[in-house]
Design a protein around this ligand. Structure first.
Ligand SMILES: *Cc1c(COP(=O)(O)O)cnc(C)c1O
Length: 393
């Protein structure tokens, strides 16, 4: 028997929806043709990919021709940013934020090595609630700016950025705009007819499709250079035989996401709020990280002062509760997350931060269970904490 787990780490990855798996299975076995083949055995796969592309475009309200399949969110981010630099070789400035996912942050810090040219990178600071100042953003743009890359929603705190306004400001100055929407797609409504971004990244495994499939949306007319150059797949925009099964799975996941988006903002949000309010009420010296309302409906990031996040996670793990401290990519290092540091969260609080990220597969019993188990865990850890004396001051 599989042990019963309480999975609240959906910003790290999600379960593949049963309907998604079911849709994929025939394409591993009997329907294994290559979509580029001339015979109809392959041709039917090409048609199925077309259906998936349409479902993804429908979720984003864009045209299917604007969808390019990639291997992951990270590849989509790299493709957008490096493409913009190639199509603007005379421009050597990029604007991003201090709280981007490593897929954008670490790339932006390595552009000189990758391109052989010297670049200037502006990483915009954030306020204590994790939001960016629009005026400061506007002031950072210059004639030399090749691209802006700002995430739609933050993976650690769930804070949502005003992408529509930011993309409009960039557009007025003919500056390309990319958004890493990996955490936003499927959780909040995205309407690319109303939001003038040039590029948008999404990733399958953050919305109940498999790991290893991503999409880069490229607005019609945007100058574009492929990241993987090879065959004519994706109209020459991304070489390599298509990840057929995962593309079909992602199409199904986007169809489900379109249907579930209301539940994200009702059921899931109510569960998140119950968990968050319960923790803040029951546990003294606990602080919410991130803006209270400009936030994804599924994410809560709470700091429990004077305790170690890793220790909390180990205790939660004994009850098969899955959560995260900081971001999965940064745990393993002792430094608190770059996101919380950018927000100026004090050291004693940043170390004890826990992120719960919910999905439509969670229920109220699970929230109640965490609200019963976590307060005594924190109390016990604080008894042992070297900061305990400080707490009593
Ligand atoms: C997970 C994540 C990525 C990376 O996506 P992969 O498919 O794992 O490469 C990029 N950006 C954000 C905001 C993410 O949460």
């Amino acid at each position: 028997m599989e042990k019963q787990i309480i999975y609240m780490d959906n910003n790290a990855t999600t379960r593949v929806a049963p309907e998604v798996l079911e849709e994929m299975l025939p394409y591993f076995s009997e329907l294994y043709g290559n979509p580029s083949s001339m015979h109809s055995f392959g041709g039917q796969i090409e048609a199925k990919i077309g259906e998936a592309r349409k479902k993804i475009a429908d979720l984003l309200n864009c045209s299917p021709e604007e969808i390019v399949f990639t291997s992951c969110g990270t590849e989509s981010d790299s493709t957008a940013i490096l493409s913009a630099l190639q199509s603007n070789v005379e421009k050597r400035h990029i604007v991003t934020t201090r709280v981007e996912h490593p897929a954008v942050k670490n790339l932006s810090e390595n552009l000189d090595i990758l391109t052989g040219h010297k670049h200037r990178v502006t990483q915009l600071p954030v306020a204590a609630d994790g939001t960016v100042d629009l005026q400061q953003y506007e002031d950072s743009l210059s004639d030399d700016t090749a691209i802006v890359s700002i995430m739609w929603a933050n993976n650690e705190t769930g804070v949502i950025f005003p992408i529509k306004e930011m993309a409009e400001i960039a557009g007025e100055r003919n500056i390309l705009f990319h958004t890493d929407a990996v955490q936003a797609v499927g959780k909040i409504a995205i309407d690319l007819a109303a939001v003038p971004v040039d590029f948008l990244s999404l990733s399958g495994h953050k919305l109940h499709a498999p790991k290893g499939i991503g999409v880069l949306y490229v607005r019609k007319g945007t100058p574009y250079f492929p990241f993987l150059i090879g065959g004519h797949q994706e109209h020459g925009r991304r070489g390599g035989t298509e990840n057929v099964t995962s593309i079909i799975g992602l199409g199904k996941a986007c169809e489900l996401a379109a249907r579930h988006i209301d539940r994200e903002n009702t059921t899931v949000k109510q569960l998140r709020d119950k968990l968050e309010n319960g923790l803040l009420e029951k546990i003294p010296n606990s602080i919410l990280n991130g803006h209270k309302t400009a936030r994804l409906p599924n994410t809560t990031n709470v700091s429990f002062e004077y305790v170690e996040g890793e220790a909390i996670l180990l205790h939660l793990d004994r009850y098969n509760i899955c959560a995260s401290s900081g971001s999965a990519c940064t745990s393993g290092s002792l430094e608190p997350s770059h996101v919380l540091r950018a927000m100026g969260v004090p050291f004693t609080a940043a170390h004890g931060s826990i992120r719960f990220s919910l999905s439509v597969y969670n229920n109220e019993d699970e929230v109640d269970f965490i609200l019963e188990k976590l307060p005594p865990i924190i109390a016990n850890l604080r008894e042992m904490s070297p900061f305990r004396q400080q707490r009593h001051k």
